[in-house]
Design a protein around this ligand. Structure first.
Ligand code: NIG
Length: 405
């Protein structure tokens, strides 16, 4: 048989994430497995390789799994909000800081002032840190422009970043992230502008896959979100929502009724909201690092969501305000300790369920034909990842068949 481009061997197990049933069964491990790659895709999986590789990687007893997917990030931004972090440490809340003119608005001012090249330079090291944590695909949102020009600049920056570095990027329009300062007295005017002027360009230029809205006291209402997401869907943009984060707002039910792909945050979700997500098949995206960092407890009820049969994905939510961290393993650890997930559920949260959250069912699983996005760990079990709390046990990252680290 012809040689593989890359053969990975010497594993404790390969987590294929292709099983069915409960979380442990979904991991579907191939004990002592090896994996052959050709042309950027998985060509063979098994225990007795039928051919050698042109290149070979010995996992030295570590386990292997699909590349991680960070399904909710805001890594394109300018400016710094360390002062707000200090204010929170001194007792002010995230909502109080936002109401006093800080928060998202502060990042909007800095991002509007930054050129495309500056935004790229600022985002590249964030993506590099994600990659070093095993992330091979990330969703990235706009939402710090809040005018037509800067929202489009952000989306173009996301597209360009996808060409400049190895992590595959999926763009999301988040023009309804906060009410722009110019529209404080005419919020309906901004929603209309987004629907009539921004969505058509974003869709025509294929600048985003998703259309997202932040439903919150300081942001947008159910009606505004529904109008924007339905208009986006008519243009081919898939809906997702930031909901039930800082105050309970029935946002999970809204997400379910809109057939949203995801409902994100969910710290304040109600039992009715959990049932609605389960019935609709909407993926719940939890962001435990932001619950911690923004001091916005309680942590989302991950246990109840899993028990209700909702697919739970995790993210770093890397952004300058509520989660200034690219640490996948901190998110996994918190998901276990604070959201009530098991290590297997947390692992699925950054693999298969995260792939579902970005509508990329080919990713987050390893089977013949899958894109060869693979992580080799220097530990023999996935259980060590949340247990080795906030530490990085990635040994190698392989992107599209190419070993990077
Ligand atoms: O996902 N919830 C709203 N948006 C971000 C926070 C953005 C910021 O504070 O800059 C989030 O947590």
């Amino acid at each position: 048989m012809e040689r593989f481009d890359l053969l990975i061997h010497g594993t404790s197990e390969i987590l294929t994430c292709t099983g069915e049933g409960r979380a442990e069964a979904k991991l579907a491990p191939l004990v002592g497995g090896a994996l052959g790659i050709r042309d950027g895709r998985v060509a063979w999986l098994g225990t007795e390789p039928p051919a050698r590789g042109i290149m070979e990687l010995d996992a030295r007893g570590g386990f292997v799994g699909p590349g991680f997917i960070d399904c909710h990030t805001h890594v394109v931004f300018a400016g710094d909000r360390s002062g707000e972090f200090e204010q929170r440490c001194q007792g002010q809340t995230y909502l109080e800081i936002a109401a006093a003119g800080g928060g998202i608005a502060r990042t909007v001012t800095a991002t509007r002032a930054a050129s495309e090249a500056e935004l790229i330079d600022l985002a590249l090291p964030r993506l590099e840190r994600l990659l070093r944590h095993g992330v091979t695909t990330a969703e990235v949102k706009s939402g710090y422009g809040l005018d037509l020009e800067t929202e489009l600049r952000m989306l173009k920056v996301i597209r360009r970043l996808g060409e400049l570095q190895p992590v595959t990027l999926i763009g999301t329009l988040l023009a309804l992230h906060a009410v722009p300062p110019e529209f404080k007295a005419d919020r309906a005017g901004w929603v209309k502008k987004v629907i009539d002027e921004l969505l058509p360009v974003v869709a025509a230029e294929k600048l985003a896959r998703f259309n997202d809205v932040f439903v919150e006291q300081t942001a947008f209402t159910h009606e505004e979100a529904r109008a924007c997401l339905e208009a986006g869907r008519k243009r081919g943009l898939l809906p997702r929502l930031h909901v039930d984060q800082l105050t309970p707002n029935g946002g999970a039910q809204l997400a379910a009724s809109l057939g949203a792909v995801t409902a994100d945050h969910l710290e304040q979700i109600s039992p009715e909201g959990i049932a609605a997500l389960a019935a609709a098949g909407t993926v719940a995206v939890l962001a435990p690092t932001s619950t911690l960092f923004a001091k916005a407890r309680p942590f989302a009820p991950g246990r109840a969501l899993c028990d209700a049969g909702v697919r739970v994905a995790l993210c770093t939510n890397c952004n300058p305000g509520s989660s200034h961290s690219e640490n996948v393993f901190l998110a996994m650890g918190l998901a276990c300790v604070e959201n009530g997930l098991t290590p297997a559920e947390a692992y699925l949260g950054f693999t298969r369920h995260a792939a579902d959250a970005i509508a990329e069912p080919e990713l987050g699983r390893l089977q013949v034909g899958s894109p060869a996005d693979v992580v080799i760990f220097n530990t023999s079990s996935y259980r060590a990842l949340p247990y080795h709390f906030a530490m990085n046990d990635v040994a190698h990252v392989v992107k599209a068949g190419r070993p990077l680290y």
